[in-house]
Design a protein around this ligand. Structure first.
Ligand SMILES: [Zn+2]
Length: 346
């Protein structure tokens, strides 16, 4: 198998904080075989030498990819996305297609429809096409829906706990969804909106929140319990699109305390929900800093996976050192997805 490599003047491999001078990453097929300081005898058939900063490519853990341009997302440095709510007959075939190396976009993993109560969010949301919501009535039906989504290739189960915009699944349905999903090895991601909904998610064993909670200031006790069991997908910029808002201030306050309590945060933008650039979203990164993450933590939250043997060969070269200036991630010079060099990066 052909072994390809990129040698860059500087880089970060995604695990330790160390920034290396003269770094080399080599891969065969779609997987990394070597990553570290440059050494002459790499065994690579082709070495591309670039002047720039190399790092793992980004993953966006909350998108609605059909509302965006997948090719532009990829060229903006994001090689993997997770679609959190879309009609199953549209998103699962697209996710399958995205696994083909010639697909001009990121690798797509999908939750399919959001499980909700009859008439609940997002069945009435204006930007959600029919099928984005799936109502479940009773724990048996809820568990059956989870099994069906798993069989369709769902990478996660999304559940709507939006009490501000309609009825939500009851506690019995919620428990059945979590139990069945965990039985099948799938994480449960909740849209928690409205008073007490984060506590309901915690009580049922939800694994992730699709958004930093923004509708109420969480109690310190809730924050502590959340930090021990949940991952939060950030989606901060969608709360203001560049403007300060009370919702954003509440979310930042919750995130700071969640982070201080040791909670895990993943980068996610809710791409497709309002005006937002495709690719790495610099305002989201800046808000993660405001939310109490160090630069190294922001970068760790952003990348798909550290570059090490066996990891996906998904990497970027950008124009500067993001540890010095996060905005360097807006200057993407080169993208490799699954071992394939993406051409025509603007
Ligand atoms: Zn969303």
């Amino acid at each position: 198998m052909t072994r390809r490599a990129i040698r860059a003047t500087r880089g970060w491999l995604g695990s330790a904080d160390a920034v290396l001078d003269d770094v080399l990453v080599a891969w065969e097929g779609g997987a990394v075989v070597e990553a570290g300081p440059f050494r002459p005898a790499t065994g690579a058939d082709e070495v591309l030498e670039v002047d720039g900063f190399l790092l793992p490519a980004a993953a966006d853990r909350h998108v609605h990819i059909e509302l965006a341009d997948p090719a532009a997302v990829l060229r903006g440095g994001v090689t993997a996305v997770r679609d959190l709510a879309w009609p199953p007959e549209r998103i699962f075939p697209l996710a399958d297609l995205s696994e083909v190396p010639s697909f001009d976009g990121p690798l797509i993993r999908a939750a399919g429809p959001m499980l909700t109560a009859a008439g609940g969010y997002p069945s009435v949301a204006p930007c959600a096409p029919p099928g984005t919501a799936r109502a479940v009535d009773g724990p048996e039906e809820a568990a059956a829906a989870v099994r069906e989504l798993h069989a369709s290739g769902a990478a996660a189960i999304k559940v709507s706990l939006n009490a501000d915009e309609g009825p939500t699944p009851g506690d019995a349905e919620l428990a059945a969804i979590c139990d069945e999903a965990h039985e099948l090895g799938l994480p449960v991601v909740a849209h928690a909106q409205g008073r007490g909904q984060v506590d309901r998610a915690l009580g049922a064993g939800v694994d992730e929140l699709a958004h930093t909670p923004w509708t109420e200031r969480l109690s310190d006790d809730t924050v502590r319990r959340a930090a021990a069991t949940l991952r939060i997908v950030s989606t901060l910029d969608v709360l203001g699109h560049g403007r300060p808002t009370p919702e954003l201030a509440t979310a930042l306050d919750n995130l700071r305390r969640f982070r201080a309590a040791g909670g895990r945060v993943a980068y996610g933008t809710d791409l497709g929900n309002g005006p937002m650039p495709p690719g790495i979203h610099l305002r989201e990164l800046a808000l993660l800093l405001e939310g109490g993450l160090e630069i190294s933590e922001v970068l760790a939250a952003l990348v798909r996976a550290p570059l090490q043997p066996g990891a996906p060969a998904d990497l970027l070269v950008v124009g500067g050192d993001p540890f010095e200036r996060l905005a360097a991630l807006g200057d993407v010079r080169l993208v490799v997805r699954g071992g394939r060099l993406v051409d025509a990066v603007a």
